[in-house]
Design a protein around this ligand. Structure first.
Ligand code: ADP
Ligand code: MG
Ligand code: ZN
Length: 475
């Protein structure tokens, strides 16, 4: 039988803030375990939470970047459950009145409806040792986390693993550009729960969903969805029924297995947290956040294509990594030749920073790159020499100009001397010149240019030399 696939995503992202959500402990990954903790975030009795205003602002910013409505009153609730890394035995979260409601995100030509973004606190982290022991690190406990929930029960929904990944990548890009989250996947700063169901093709009755929680990394999300679709298809084809349950994705084995049959929100005994007042959000705050919103990927893309006349492909390459488009913007501000800057960055720079999983830092200053681009354009240095200089200064604090001078690469030969050299080469190679005249072969011309460049030690402009040789050959 043929089926429609329906996918709902719940995406968690750790907010970029200095301190935690309800105390003043540092929000910092990678510190010595249990050093960023206090009575509030390890849940000692009697300790009282104080809301981090900036975490609320970051949540609003995330919402506005995705076109959400902002609730003027938002409420924190306690979600009660026991887990060793949740010392209070409840998580402060939002159920009935989240900060953001009704947004959407465009993938392909579909606007995927999103129910909500709410603000909650992250739990600590269990660290499993090789000897079978388990340690708990509460540094992450209380770190502000936003959870976004797509609405799979509205049209259009996410219908394949490919679309789910596109959604997650777009979302990640928007969060990063808006400055709300770094979303470093390898540090667990962005995690997704995936809900999958199948229904007979064209049917408007939804199938039973299965949830896979806390999948780390987009590749794993992709594989987990593919696996779950096939698992459900096999069961349904055999006339079986899908149990509503939470299954655990095992990335090493490439399978999933039952974790627990599905809990409901009632099971968590949500109730308004009596320690926290409702959050009032006024128009002035929303306006201020709108006004200070950094340029988002779609706005930059439009600017690159319409204002700078870059191709869509080039715009996408520049925008794939925020630090790359930031660098591009800085260079263009200094040297208003967007196409030239784009060419250098998408080739020379990208080749040096691209890694398997992303892009490393750009190890050349804006000033150095701009100097090289300008002087290639002004014919003060040849393109090949400039690329050599780029390699020499990359990862150092050398100046491109000094390096070009030190390596004797500045084109400073005077026209008189250059004309002499060209004349000499043309005379010495008179039969080659004759060949060129009859065959009109650019390879032969390049050979002659090469001879002149050798004689000048690369200190002439190759284009000028070529023009001059042509002129002499045809005279
Ligand atoms: P729960 O309370 O079980 O977590 P939610 O109503 O919060 O369920 O939904 C979680 C996610 O699952 C949402 O993205 C929602 O749109 C999606 N979802 C709900 N029903 C289905 C379904 N039948 N198939 C696929 N996804 C679904
Ligand atoms: Mg859920
Ligand atoms: Zn704390």
């Amino acid at each position: 039988m043929e089926y429609d696939v329906v996918i709902g995503l719940e995406v968690h992202a750790e907010l970029k803030t200095n301190s935690k959500c309800f105390c003043s402990c540092k929000n910092e990954a990678g510190d010595e375990p249990n050093t960023n903790c206090c009575p509030v975030c390890i849940g000692l009795p009697g300790a009282l939470p104080i809301l981090n205003k900036f975490a609320v602002e970051q949540t609003i910013r995330a919402g506005l970047a995705l076109g959400f409505e902002i609730n003027r009153t938002a409420v924190f609730e306690r979600k009660n459950y026991f887990y060793p890394d949740l010392a209070k035995a409840y998580q402060i979260s939002q159920l009935v009145k989240p900060i953001c409601i009704n947004g959407s995100l465009r993938i392909g030509n579909k606007d995927i409806p999103i129910n909500r973004i709410h603000l909650e606190e992250d739990a600590g982290k269990l660290v499993h040792g090789a000897d079978g022991s388990t340690l708990v690190d509460y540094n992450r406990g209380g770190v502000p986390l936003i959870e976004l929930v797509t609405d799979a029960l509205k049209e259009p929904h996410i219908e394949s693993a490919d679309e789910a990944i596109e959604f997650l990548e777009k979302l990640r890009q928007i969060y990063i550009y808006a400055g709300v989250a770094d979303c470093l996947i390898e540090k667990g700063q962005m995690r997704a729960d995936v809900n999958v169901s199948l229904k007979p093709k064209g049917s408007d009755k939804y199938g039973t969903k299965v949830e896979m929680k806390n999948i780390m990394g987009f590749k794993s999300v992709y594989r987990a969805i593919q696996y779950e679709i096939e698992r459900q298809r096999d069961i349904l084809d055999d006339g079986g029924v899908i149990e509503q349950e939470t299954r655990k994705w095992d990335d090493d084995k490439g399978i999933n297995f039952t974790l627990r049959t599905k809990e409901n929100s009632q099971d968590y005994r949500y109730f308004p947290d009596p320690d926290l007042l409702a959050v009032k959000i006024d128009d002035a705050k929303i306006d201020e956040i709108k006004r200070t919103m950094p340029m988002l990927p779609n706005e930059l893309k439009e600017k690159y294509m319409n204002e700078y006349s870059l191709s869509e492909y080039d715009a996408d390459v520049l925008l794939q990594f925020k630090h790359v488009s930031d660098f591009f913007n800085q260079c263009v501000a200094d040297y208003n030749q967007p196409k030239t800057v784009c060419n250098w960055i998408t080739t020379e720079i990208m080749a040096r920073i691209k890694t398997e999983s992303g892009a490393g830092p750009i190890l050349i200053s804006k000033d150095n790159l701009v100097w090289l681009m300008k002087n290639v354009d002004n014919k003060k240095i040849n393109r090949l020499s400039a690329k050599d200089v780029l390699s020499k200064v990359w990862g150092t604090d050398l100046s491109a100009e000094n390096e070009a001078k030190r390596l004797n690469l500045i084109i400073d030969i005077d026209t008189g001397a250059l004309d002499e050299i060209i004349k000499k080469i043309v005379e010495q190679n008179s039969n080659v010149v004759e060949q060129y005249k009859t065959a009109n072969d650019p390879k032969i011309l390049n050979y002659l240019v090469g001879q002149v460049m050798k004689e000048t030690r690369g200190k002439a402009n190759a284009g000028d030399v070529m023009a001059k040789i042509k002129e002499l050959a045809n005279s």
